[in-house]
Design a protein around this ligand. Structure first.
Ligand SMILES: NC(=O)c1ccc[n+]([C@@H]2O[C@H](COP(=O)([O-])OP(=O)(O)OC[C@H]3O[C@@H](n4cnc5c(N)ncnc54)[C@H](OP(=O)(O)O)[C@@H]3O)[C@@H](O)[C@H]2O)c1
Length: 246
């Protein structure tokens, strides 16, 4: 008889949702999806879900031991650096195998007008050098970096960012994916002069980049943070194969 294996799936992304669905069909596998609990109405993965932080690398180490986790899959967002570092540390300590799903970054195409930013503070400085309204599509976190700049902002996020916020801004509370038509309309209706984006990769939020290209609008692209080097795959199928092999 095959023993049941337990996988902790760190999610909060479309990959996390898709992988929870796919792993649900694998026999003798218990999958526990984990969400940070940042948004009040998250898209819930299928199957077992836990919500909230673990309490750093120490807390996660304890969970891996207590729950007898056989494998961890890090399907978190490429900009979620703390949880990925904690997963790396906790798996190292407990010798639990760790796999990351990596989402390739977007690359500049002909017609794009990109300005590379090392982080959100750098992005704020660069964006402020352009005229027109600044569209922030960096999520809820990092908006405070733009407060020192007396400019007009349009902030698009799933939930309102916490203060401090710029003095002049319009809030668009929306959840992707967005179509090209949505994004053209947003950029044109809001008279956007420059877009600020993280280099998240993937297709769910890429249409703003295409719309900016079409309209000749510059994009300040926040470079990806450096993450721990762990075995990684870039497809759901490959992650399922890894889980089956545990
Ligand atoms: N950063 C982004 O741009 C972005 C975009 C889209 C989605 N997300 C998703 O939103 C979540 C939070 O992102 P973040 O940038 O705030 O992460 P982060 O800075 O790496 O993590 C901050 C803390 O949140 C908790 N946490 C994060 N992800 C968790 C998860 N999947 N399950 C349980 N606890 C988690 C951990 O708390 P403890 O230390 O207490 O364990 C972690 O130390 C992530 O799961 C990520 O996949 C992030």
């Amino acid at each position: 008889m095959n023993a049941t294996r337990t996988i902790l799936l760190l999610g909060g992304t479309s990959e996390g949702l898709a992988l929870a669905d796919a792993l649900g069909h694998v026999p003798h596998l218990r999958v526990v999806s984990s969400l940070a609990g940042r948004v009040s109405n998250p898209r819930l993965p299928s199957g077992e879900v836990r919500i909230g932080g673990f309490g750093g690398a120490d807390g996660l180490t304890q969970v891996l031991r207590d729950e007898q986790i056989d494998g961890v899959i890090d399907a978190t967002h490429p900009f979620a650096t703390k949880i990925s570092a904690n997963a790396y540390e906790a798996c190292l300590r407990t010798k639990v195998p760790l796999l990351a799903i990596s989402r390739p970054p977007w690359t500049e195409r002909v017609g794009d007008i990109w300005h590379d930013a090392t982080d959100v503070e750098d992005a704020a400085r660069i964006a402020a050098s352009f005229s027109g309204r600044i569209l922030l599509t960096i999520g809820r976190q990092g908006v405070e970096a733009f407060v020192p700049y007396d400019r007009e902002f349009v902030i698009r996020a799933i939930e309102a960012p916490l203060p401090p916020l710029p003095s002049r801004y319009e809030l668009r509370l929306q959840r992707g994916p967005f179509t090209l038509e949505d994004e053209r309309r947003l950029l044109q209706d809001c008279r956007i002069g420059v877009v600020v984006s993280k280099n998240s990769g993937g297709d769910k939020t890429y249409m703003k980049i295409v719309a900016a290209r079409e309209l000749g609008i510059p994009v300040v692209m926040v470079r990806r943070p450096v993450l721990p080097q762990v075995p990684s795959v870039n497809s759901i199928e490959a992650a399922v194969r890894w889980a089956r092999g545990l």
